[in-house]
Design a protein around this ligand. Sequence first.
Ligand code: ZN
Length: 61
Amino acid sequence: MEYQCQRCGYKFEAQRQPYACPYCGEIGTAKPTPTAPELLEEVTPKEQKEAEKKEMEKERF
Ligand SMILES: [Zn+2]
């Protein structure tokens, strides 16, 4: 998982939530950043809803 320090903006890979930023050393500032697959997952349900909407409109007529 990729993490980014909220203080200095440093991005790095880590298996677990880091205790402190490896760059600036600030404690508790590293937060997970959304990765590309996660962003795609957010888009997919929206597209599915649009497809369902179109299907419903077809059935109506
Ligand atoms: Zn930092």
